[in-house]
Design a protein around this ligand. Sequence first.
Ligand code: UT7
Length: 341
Amino acid sequence: MQHTKSVIRGVGHYVPPRVVTNHDLSTIMETSNEWIVERTGILERHFVDEGVHTSHLAEQAVRNLFDNTGLGVKDVDYILFATLSPDFYFPGVGPILQNRMGFHRIPALDIRTQCSGFVYGVSTADALIRSGQAGRVLLVCAEVQSPVLDMTTAGRDTAVLFGDGAAAVIIESQSGSRSQILKDQNSGILDSILGSDGSGAEALCLRAPGSASVGFIRHEDIEKGNTRPKMDGRTVFKNAVTRMAEVVSEILERNKVSASEIDLVIPHQANMRINEFLREKLHLPKEKVFNNIEKYGNTTSATIPICLSEAIQQGRLKKGDLIVTVAFGAGFTWGANLLRW
Ligand code: UT7
């Protein structure tokens, strides 16, 4: 009898070339390099120039992925697109990318779980593959967030955190007899755990446009700043540290793996203090947690696959390594994946 598992075939990423440093931000709002570094770990981020959309960043990331894997548009049979910053309110960006890059008329599904977009995407791709609905899934995570940030002192608590960027992975099916699959236990998506708690929806949200506003967007929404992201940073921070530590413990326990057996944890990049807390909780040495928040800030759905892509480029992953990815974001939503490289 044939058994199927899902494996990550390759990764590619792309960030727009314009670098914006903490110092640059301190010239347009009341903030400082010291505050941003001490509270978040961020040194700089990349911002798009006017006219560059999420689908453009996505396309570049997918082209890099294709260069890395030797695959092309004809080899993909499902597009998953995780983003909180689609080109249009509707339709999703998946079909826009499908058309722009000339994919077959394959399914294109947008995922709206914000910073948890990648971990939800991996879980969804794995389910599509195991159920026989897809053979090779393109999971794209891309965000253009800079144009919507409030770049005044009133918005500094969120404006200094976010950046633009994109990454894409190919997740594909590997079939064989049960014994072959077990023998080759080395690579694949081993497990995913996801969660949500909508009682936190208003702690991090962008209210308009939305059906909660009459006509989706009112003058009042613009005047009140409802078209900008708003965050209760402390509430989000507290929930992030709790849920991320919880879900990692849960996925390790469920798979009978101890924290010391993990080769690399790749956490969402929202705040270096959150990731340090997680590392201490798991008693892991610094080299076992991958961070690059200093260069990109929080690129929402794209943080984890950008880290994955850089980890590969830096030779930090070798075949057989056990990897945990973990994220927490608006919704609230969270999740973790356990992967064997
Ligand atoms: O990806 C989705 C998940 N997102 C997150 O996980 C983010 C979670 N939250 C955080 O990372 C942190 O809460 C922040 C980085 C957003 C804020 O750090 P904090 O240590 O919680 O600061 P705070 O909000 O308690 O603010 C402390 C002070 C305040 O001044 P007062 O009231 O003490 O005088 C703020 O007005 O820092 C001030 N402040 C700033 N000062 C300089 C807030 N933002 C800034 C800024 N520059 N950019």
